[in-house]
Design a protein around this ligand. Structure first.
Ligand SMILES: O=C(O)COP(=O)(O)O
Ligand SMILES: [Mg+2]
Length: 226
């Protein structure tokens, strides 16, 4: 077992970029939403760097890019962003898991931790409505005792509120909790909540190495954790 798990009771997992590679489906929905509004596709490589702050910010980044590329302006009107976001939610919601896969090691890690009695929770910035279809499609819904989305509480990561919420809900001291994530928002939220932090370097962190955020540990694969 990884040294970071010593004295840990609860493990909070990020979803996108940590457990699942969801960018293929996110990018399809972003590009389809942009097309509905008359903008050209942004493409998967760009979308990869825009994931991490929830769906509204994702579409804001996509619109800013599209408008900047097309006209030199970078400030989308509020109405346009609302329309783009609504289009994204509808398009992504049709089949959010069609091209989404678990990263190597993720299932083994969840199975092993669950088997050893850890409380597992999911804390993602993704809208809550998409969590169940994705987890059920991948066969990992039963592993989690609680799932929070980016719209479950007034604040989302990097704010510590979702992590403080899960620690309080299960009556576990924050020092006995570990946050596992791929982005600076996960590590910042974990540190601010008093959790131990573990980063995976293969996910989405706005194009920068997540090691720069000084997590307590880094694993190349979640299998290393167990
Ligand atoms: O939806 C996002 O922006 C990111 O979701 P995550 O918190 O699971 O990485
Ligand atoms: Mg993530």
């Amino acid at each position: 077992m990884h040294p970071l798990l010593v004295d840990i009771e609860l493990v909070a997992f990020d979803l996108d970029g940590t457990l699942i590679d969801s960018v293929p489906d996110l990018a399809l929905a972003v590009d389809a939403a942009l097309a509905e509004l008359g903008f050209p596709a942004a493409g998967e490589a760009r979308v990869r760097d825009w994931v991490g702050n929830g769906s509204l910010v994702l579409m804001e980044r996509a619109l800013c890019y599209s408008i900047l590329a097309g006209s030199g302006k970078s400030d989308p009107a509020t109405g346009l962003l609302e329309r783009a976001h609504a289009a994204f939610l509808a398009l992504y919601g049709r089949d959010p898991g069609a091209n989404t896969r678990l990263y190597p090691g993720a299932r083994e890690c969840l199975d092993a931790l669950r088997g050893r009695g850890f409380t597992l929770v999911l804390v993602t910035n993704k809208p809550h409505a998409f969590i169940a279809p994705l987890l059920e499609g991948l066969g990992i819904a039963e592993h989690f005792s609680l799932c929070l989305g980016g719209d479950s509480l007034p604040e989302k990561k990097p704010h510590p509120a979702p992590l403080l919420h899960v620690a309080a809900h299960f009556e576990v001291a924050t020092g006995a909790c570990l946050m596992v994530g791929d982005s600076r928002h996960d590590i910042a939220a974990g540190k601010a909540a008093g959790f131990r932090t573990l980063a995976v370097p293969y996910g989405y962190n706005h194009g920068e190495p997540v090691r720069q955020t000084d997590p307590d540990g880094v694993v190349e694969s979640l299998a290393e954790l167990v």
